[in-house]
Design a binder for this molecule. Sequence first.
Ligand SMILES: NC(=O)C1=CN([C@@H]2O[C@H](COP(=O)(O)OP(=O)(O)OC[C@H]3O[C@@H](n4cnc5c(N)ncnc54)[C@H](OP(=O)(O)O)[C@@H]3O)[C@@H](O)[C@H]2O)C=CC1
Ligand SMILES: CC(=O)N[C@@H](CCC(=O)OP(=O)(O)O)C(=O)O
Length: 350
Amino acid sequence: MSKTIKTAILGASGYTGADAMRLALRHPHLEIVALTANTHAGKPVGDVFEHLRGLDLPDLVTLDDVDWTAVDLVICALPHGTTQATTKAIRATNPDCVVVDMSADFRLRDVDTYAQWYGIPHGAPELQGEAAYGLSEHNRDGIAGAKIVACPGCFPTAALTALIPPLANGHVQPDDIIIDAKTGMSGAGRGLKQGMLFSEAGEGTSPYGIGHHRHMPEIEQELSKASGQAITVGFTPHLVPMARGELLTCHVRLADNVSIDDVRTGLVERYADEPFVLVLEEGQIPKTQNVRGSNMVHIGVFKDRLAGRAIIIAALDNLVKGSAGQALQNVNIAFGFEETLGLEQIALFP
Ligand SMILES: NC(=O)C1=CN([C@@H]2O[C@H](COP(=O)(O)OP(=O)(O)OC[C@H]3O[C@@H](n4cnc5c(N)ncnc54)[C@H](OP(=O)(O)O)[C@@H]3O)[C@@H](O)[C@H]2O)C=CC1
Ligand SMILES: CC(=O)N[C@@H](CCC(=O)OP(=O)(O)O)C(=O)O
């Protein structure tokens, strides 16, 4: 397809918006026609992001300034709680527009579960049923026809990529899954927060959301769907002093008569043809520095010293496969482009 897709990026003065611009600029079929911000509206992008100076980009405007009838695609990088009303407004004026959303606003299929975990009522329950969950490798058919794509959270992308195949294969027990997660600080967004100051976060590692992080219901929803049984998980994220990257160490119990090799082989077979998932060989260790800037997920499978247990580790870049990269991958699926277009970057190392 050689069509030019007129694209608006909402929340373009934030971190995921910045990576969405970086990637969309090099996509052969996307033309960026509108960029929005809130407090930064009215500024040229180069004033907000110095690394994007000198590029051909429109100035930042408010959401109210965008003519939704003039866009084919909206890539949405707004905070959760703001996207439902915006999507409603877009749909009311341009029902054909495709909204690829990076926020959590359409990820949870049950609107009451959304209200419970996000502390606010769902602002567009009538649209929730239309949203396709945007875990690219596992929902291509749903994404292909969708007008609303709810991209997974960064932690759920890593957890689901690592755990769906072993659960779907019956290789691990459904009731004993503990996910220990590390994240870089860009996961918290670009807004100023005291806990994100270098002097307070730069020299230590801090667990947070202990026992109640909002990515748990999302991970459970998708693991349950993929494996056809109710799955619950323990999940504890930790903030570590790096800009980008996420590492998830998943502790699981093997099903009866299943070996570590069975688990690894199941993952290798499931992702053999996937350009953005690499299941590492025995002994190779996933590391955030090996995926930084790329759309890759690296997965490793290890035998635990504890009998009958395995450790499955996944690494990704939260701003690429964890958000803007997967969003672009979903754009490619939704519009019928080659899935790797604009996403061929190899990791930046060191
Ligand atoms: N950071 C990450 O690793 C990931 C983030 N996400 C999700 O992506 C979304 C964006 O995250 P991120 O880029 O980190 O966030 P940032 O805080 O860096 O950016 C938020 C953007 O939204 C704009 N904005 C804030 N409030 C409003 C409002 N009320 N109306 C209109 N625009 C508003 C901001 O404008 P201004 O700067 O002018 O105030 C900015 O452009 C969030 O929903 C987040 O949960 C998903 C996966 C990973
Ligand atoms: C370091 C940090 O705060 N990370 C964020 C996760 C990243 C993210 O934005 O996920 P959502 O899209 O679901 O909001 C957090 O734990 O809430």
